[in-house]
Design a binder for this molecule. Structure first.
Ligand code: GLU
Length: 507
């Protein structure tokens, strides 16, 4: 049978997009492109208590920055909408009621106080957080314990109630995970999860199954943290649609930080980004830095994410998106946690900066320089600078540190690094360099270098003894690319001016 591959990313818009989330997007995207399938983005916003203003738009901004756009979504449209679960509310109740009719679910009328009482009564050392399950359901206020007329009356009177799944007491449920192989669960430890809440909204468990079915999802990839929910979902598939309709699942490995699962707190503590883009919590105003603003190129970000849990079986580490589409395979994703190493992440970015031409880097570098007040109108000047300094940049803001001196004279000249070894001979040497540079007809790095060295030889000076002072005169300190390349870009007048200025201060 020729079924179109349909995958989905199903975020809850509750805050910043963690790099684990973007990796899920990426694997979905690669799998869809590889199979000429469709990639759906569904907003899972049924939990109104966790709704966060701006979080949905932010997710789309992140995907746009990464270049991982879905085929169907709230923004992109599609034949299986609405793509926001809160707008699909009326779809879910019928399935919950069908489950009640078939004896796989029941109405529960327990008040929050009654639930708390149950927990207190059953709490013990071996069972610190008692669940609503086979052990207690027959002592609670639900359609399993109440008479039918009573249930109907309570419903009619509008008494708040939920629908819970009736988890079989002793059953083994299993599925084949694309990464982990056969995974099975004992239902005796699974609780009777709420499927439909008192406000008529479904919970994640019901909504995810119903929507994966209605949206004809063939493969569902999600983080390993969802594995414990799998038995509930398998049972729902079995009761509602048939297991043969269930998508193939892959539970992606956790991303590990310095101490276990990588968290937002790790980012704050160790000074690295965890979210794709800057996220400001609309309530607390707290800003969490993103990879974008930290100065990562989207292609580097994607590359490093692809390798957090996958490799192609060789030592290759640098992959373009098209190459990933070709080579990615779920059976090469490992099941063990994938360690995130920020130094390695910066290495990826450095490799991508080096490999990108000035034209590609221009739209990223320009704003960095502009934000620091440098004039960026002359693109051909910028191109030369970018080409010259990119080797030295790991993050995009490094372009400022490596190139500000092309735009303005350095404010601070590290005279202390020159003074101890400064003498008359060097003073005369630079005076001669100035004369030579003033006359030299062709302003080219290679020619400047050979002239500089010839003058040094004629004055019995080792070039090494005057190169550092020359660099400091031009850029202010012991950094920057090749000093003759700098001089070439600065131009004759500015180079000579900077040498003269420093000589004055040294004499
Ligand atoms: N809404 C869930 C989340 O926020 C989706 C989990 C899944 O993909 O099934 O991650």
């Amino acid at each position: 049978m020729d079924t179109t591959v349909r995958v989905r990313f199903a975020p809850s818009p509750t805050g910043g997009l963690h790099l684990g989330g973007v990796r899920t997007v990426l694997y979905n995207y690669l799998f869809a492109r590889q199979h000429r399938g469709e990639f759906v983005l569904r907003i899972e916003d049924t939990d109104q208590n966790r709704y966060v203003q701006g979080a949905e738009a932010y997710i789309f901004d992140c995907l746009q920055w990464c270049g991982l756009e879905p085929d169907e979504s709230v923004v992109h449209g599609g034949a299986y909408g609405p793509y926001r679960q809160s707008e699909r509310k009326e779809n879910y109740r019928q399935y919950a009621e069908q489950l009640v009719r078939d004896g796989h679910a029941y109405y529960a009328f327990d008040t929050p106080e009654e639930l708390e009482k149950m927990r207190q009564e059953n709490r013990s050392e071996t069972n610190p957080s008692p669940q609503y399950d086979h052990a207690v359901r027959n002592r609670m206020k639900n359609s399993l314990t109440l008479k039918e007329e009573e249930v109907n009356r309570l419903i009619k009177e509008g008494i708040p109630h939920v629908i819970r799944i009736l988890i079989p007491k002793e059953e083994r449920v299993s599925f084949t995970d694309m990464i982990r192989g056969e995974v099975s669960f004992e239902t005796s430890v699974v609780d009777d999860k709420v499927l439909l809440k008192a406000d008529g909204m479904p919970t994640y468990h019901l909504a995810v199954v119903v929507d994966d079915f209605l949206m004809k999802i063939t493969h569902a990839f999600r983080g390993e943290e969802w594995l414990p929910s799998a038995p509930v979902h398998i049972l729902l598939w079995k009761y509602l649609f048939g297991l043969d309709k269930m998508p193939q699942w892959a539970h992606l490995p956790l991303i590990l930080g310095p101490n276990g699962k990588l968290s937002k707190r790790d980012g704050a503590k160790y000074g690295f980004p965890v979210f794709a883009m800057n996220w400001t919590d609309p309530v607390t105003g707290e800003l969490t830095e993103g990879f974008k603003e930290k100065g990562f190129l989207p292609e580097a970000f994607i590359n490093l994410l692809a390798l957090l849990g996958w490799n192609d079986g060789t030592d290759q580490e640098i992959f373009r998106l098209e190459e990933l589409v070709e080579k990615f395979s779920m059976d090469r994703v490992h099941s063990g946690g994938a360690r995130f190493d920020y130094e390695k992440a910066k290495w990826f970015n450095h490799e991508w900066i080096k490999a990108s031409n000035a034209g590609r880097l221009m739209p990223f570098v320009k704003p960095v320089l502009e934000a620091k007040g440098l004039p960026v109108n002359d693109e051909s000047f910028l191109e030369k600078i970018i080409t010259l300094v990119k080797e030295r940049c790991h993050l995009l803001p490094d372009f400022y540190d490596q190139s500000f001196f092309f735009f303005k004279s350095p404010e601070k000249i590290d005279l202390e690094a020159i003074q101890p070894k400064w003498n008359e001979q060097k003073q005369l040497f630079f005076a001669e360099v100035i004369r030579n540079f003033e006359l030299d007809p062709e302003w080219k790095a290679s020619i400047l270098e050979s002239n500089f060295k010839e003058i040094a030889a004629a004055n019995h000076i080792k070039p090494g003894d005057v190169l550092l002072p020359f660099r400091i005169m031009l850029v202010g300190g012991k950094f920057g690319p090749g000093v003759f390349d700098i001089a070439e870009i600065l131009g004759r007048d500015e180079t000579i001016h900077r040498i003269k200025e420093t000589l004055l201060r040294l004499s």
